[in-house]
Design a protein around this ligand. Sequence first.
Ligand code: G6P
Length: 608
Amino acid sequence: MCGIVGAVAKRNVVPILVEGLLRLEYRGYDSAGLVVVNDKSLERVRSTGRVAELAEKSLKTNGTIGIAHTRWATHGVPSERNAHPHTSNELIAVVHNGIIENYEELRSKLTGEGYIFTSDTDTEVIAHLIHSYYIKNKDLLKSTQSALAELVGAYAIGVIAADNPDQLIGARKGSPLLLGVGEGEYFIASDMSALLQVTQKVVYLEEGDVVALALVGYKIYDAKGGAIERPVNISELNNESVELGEYQHYMQKEIHEQPQALADTLESVCNSQSLVPGIFGAEAANSFAQINRILILACGTSSHAGMVAKYWLEEIAGVPCAVEIASEYRYRVSVADPETLIVTISQSGETADTLAALNHAKSIGHKHTLAICNVPESAIIRQSKLRFLTRAGPEIGVASTKAFTTQLAALFLLTLVLAKQNGRLSAKQEQAHLHDLRHLPSAVLAVLKAEPEIAELAKHFADKHHALFLGRGLHYPIALEGALKLKEISYIHAEAYPAGELKHGPLALVDSDMPVVAVAPNDILLEKLKSNLQEVKARGGQLYVFADSETKIHSSEGVHVMQMPEHAGFLSPILHTIPLQLLAYYVALQKGTDVDKPRNLAKSVTVE
Ligand code: G6P
């Protein structure tokens, strides 16, 4: 959601800005723009189309300092006049990610001072506010710091001034921004993928940091305004990990990367002979000994991972577990229990609601916090006491795939560690689980072989407007995830139900036009599920059943069965996710939708 790139160099920065924006496209956006300083004036190009269109429009633009942005509309419709950068009096230009909550108040104050607004955005107040200081003190850093002091809300910003071709200011509070360190050239960006084209060296800015970039170097100031040193890290990402390679879409690539992502995530554990709390951080053993229940907070796909974990944690580890949508929890009056472990799950580690829920939990007295996250140095990681990094690699497709299955792997490890601590895991059981985890990547690989078969099944869905997903127990959240994938990228209305609820409402919807997808592992609920499927069949519904080979459910009139290669016991939800991801992908291909960048959605939702 919204992407920022900025650069100061001795060469023309427009190609760097454009390439950076292309790398940030995956975050989701509806317009794009850039501005450079050329001959002491601002040259701005904006477009409501794709970044490729902006690239076309800026072919003749040239400058050695500039900022660029992809916008995901919050205040004001997607349009060229609302696209960033926003300028003030042809002197100040600003790009912004986040939401300024007091923008109406600031807007009327600035209007009173004679400023004319040309957009409906909250961002434009930042440009005018900085301008109002800059015309008095001619100091871009100080003007930006003064303006930031007046803002309420979340931001990552980039600022330049037409008469100051050697200084770029960046700042972050509540939205991600990092600094790239090149050879005599410096950059800012929302995430590292935008900068791999120019450098591997990265400085992660802290909350409240302001950075001043110039050709001679950079200086960072903390929230109190004091100069501060931050470590320079070498990013582990490489260009290859964010390139499409042989695949048609990032989503397809990422579905296929799951065996490797799982192997990487489980590497340290699978290479050892036993499970230790230390995999969740140095203080984990101490924290785990003090907790007796778990509250999982997350959004979207990550919350589905949490729902699966609830079944595991209660059954295997004997730890009571609740799962709550972060955006609900953060505003609810709840009872803090000091013996609860707060677990946040987030691919990006920057989701505004999850971060706010974590901070809310801490503010009401929760001491024990664990983040399961795919992005090192993300806000959620930095603000949690304990952490587990999934090693899925960059996930570019908006619809989360490999992040989800690696989150499940991490949550299963948490379950086993707690089960061991609670005396509920014998040495033999521990070895058996470790064996299953080692086998998991190849089990996923075997499921991926069904891709052509699923591509065929997908054809049945292309002309449908609705679909129903059914699952029971551990696999009910997988049905939810399958429905979410389908609606996100194919725009088919899809709902998931625990199959036992079928006759309490959704059965009324079933007819020959309603495909019903069932997740049917060979577990203790299988016979119950089979009865539910009969209820669908009797009403003429078309059934698509993803069944383990031992389930003895066979294809017949109106029943299409895809046999899964094996039943993976407790790890079955991970295997059963794969065909549902592939189904959504191939239905979207049939429908010709924008698979990696579905309409209206963003990858990293950094605003409420
Ligand atoms: C957005 C993405 C989803 C993701 C959700 C939570 O809605 O499109 O794919 O599941 O945010 O994101 P997180 O990064 O916190 O897991």
